[in-house]
Design a protein around this ligand. Structure first.
Ligand SMILES: NC(=O)c1ccc[n+]([C@@H]2O[C@H](COP(=O)([O-])OP(=O)(O)OC[C@H]3O[C@@H](n4cnc5c(N)ncnc54)[C@H](OP(=O)(O)O)[C@@H]3O)[C@@H](O)[C@H]2O)c1
Length: 374
């Protein structure tokens, strides 16, 4: 997987030639550029334009976390969310949870690592005195865990206003399978979130103006939905598996909105991507020796801080102006960084026949149905 690179920072060149530090930096940047060169070309070639349905949309005014409206009395679930800042990395879900809690929402973060979860809760409470925040254990790559988690949610509340499908597995170098025998990246990023959303639909439908936000990626533009090898059993590449899962999530966001409208569910389904941000996705995924790990090392200036990367998702989740069925991402150069804007939708994400087939395939794989819900 190669995250698309962003604008180069200025290269420091001294008047009387290069200092030793500048030389080392230049070599590093050169190596980094060489490493990501192929990925850049692929990304530029695949860079999504605005879809026909996005033509003529008005520019979104500058929007930051300060613009999150009051969420008092609202409840939110963010999958992931335990990636509190460590050195220069922090998870996007953590920043989403922090800002949702700051706005007064009752927030649950849910993922596997309890220790990191407890520490994330402690830090959010320290930052936002009186915050309503808790951690729950959830393994999206284990459908029994998803079912048990949804059952606990349904037992402890009567509605849910906001679900942010944020957690992700960046993929390991070698193919792995989930507890249920699915390829692990697809299992975590797509199947787990699909099943979770289905199981929480009754709670969402019981809320006033509920939203589901699906976190996708610029990488969706290089993804494909191959029904003949959905589980990457014949051919596995962690980057492709990740891209495919992120395309799937984008298509599910749009398909869910179509089904919600047709079925009168009253749930707004919205997609967002963060551009590129410095998080735990690579360290916890393919690791420091992968192409992406080297990008992190040699080209740190490409990655925006987690707090900024979280903004498009936060906008989709909270802005009164955010539209059902829309896709938001950063406004900056090639959508890599910046404040929230409309994100270009990859052409393949607009294929409604594939989206409908994906939906029914996931209902079968996950043994859930959205039809009975509500
Ligand atoms: N960082 C970027 O540049 C970038 C670019 C495009 C899209 N994104 C998207 O942004 C979202 C957030 O990612 P991030 O960059 O913030 O990564 P991150 O720091 O690695 O956070 C991922 C989160 O997912 C959780 N998670 C992983 N596997 C899980 C599982 N099986 N069950 C439940 N939770 C699981 C992790 O917690 P546990 O380990 O405790 O389970 C962690 O909280 C993802 O959807 C990602 O695809 C990120």
């Amino acid at each position: 997987m190669t995250h698309p690179p962003g604008e180069n920072g200025p290269v420091e060149v001294e008047r009387r030639g290069l200092s030793r530090r500048s030389f080392v930096r230049l070599v590093g940047v050169g190596a980094g550029v060489a490493i990501v060169g192929g990925g850049t070309a692929a990304f530029v070639a695949n860079r999504p334009e605005m879809s026909p349905r996005q033509q003529g949309l008005p520019r979104i005014p500058d929007w930051t976390a300060d613009d999150v409206p009051s969420l008092r009395g609202r409840s939110a679930l963010v999958t992931g969310g335990n990636g509190y800042p460590v050195e220069d990395r922090s998870g996007l879900g953590y920043h989403n949870a922090l800002e949702l809690a700051r706005a007064g929402a009752e927030v649950t973060i849910a993922s596997r690592n309890q220790e990191r979860g407890a520490e994330a809760v402690r830090r959010i409470r320290a930052d936002v005195p009186g915050a309503s925040i808790r951690f729950e254990t959830l393994d999206l790559a284990d459908l029994a865990s998803v079912a048990a988690f949804a059952e606990r949610m349904r037992a402890s509340r009567t509605s849910l206003d906001l679900l942010v499908n944020n957690a992700a597995d960046g993929g390991q170098l070698a193919r792995q399978v989930s507890a249920d025998g699915f390829e692990r990246v697809l299992a975590t990023n797509t199947i787990g979130h699909f099943v979770l959303t289905a199981r929480l639909l009754p709670l969402l439908r019981a809320a006033d103006a509920p939203r589901v936000v699906w976190v996708s990626s610029l990488r969706a533009a290089t993804g494909t939905i191959n029904f003949d090898d959905l589980q990457s059993a014949h051919e596995y590449d962690y980057g492709a598996a990740y891209s495919n899962s992120k395309l799937a999530n984008l298509m599910l966001a749009f398909e869910m909105q179509r089904r919600s409208t047709a079925g009168g569910w009253g749930v707004s389904s919205i997609a967002a991507h963060p551009g590129v941000a410095r998080t735990n996705l690579i360290p916890d995924g393919p690791g420091p020796d992968s192409t992406e790990g080297r990008n992190h090392r040699y080209m740190p200036f490409l990655y925006q801080p987690g707090a900024q990367g979280a903004l498009p998702t936060l906008y989709a989740a909270t802005s009164p102006q955010a539209e059902a069925g829309a896709y938001y991402g950063p406004a900056g150069f090639m959508g890599l960084s910046g404040l929230p804007a409309w994100a270009g939708i990859p052409e393949q994400a607009e294929d409604q026949r594939v989206a409908a087939r994906l939906w029914t395939t996931l209902e079968q794989l996950g043994e859930v149905t959205f039809r009975r819900a509500g």
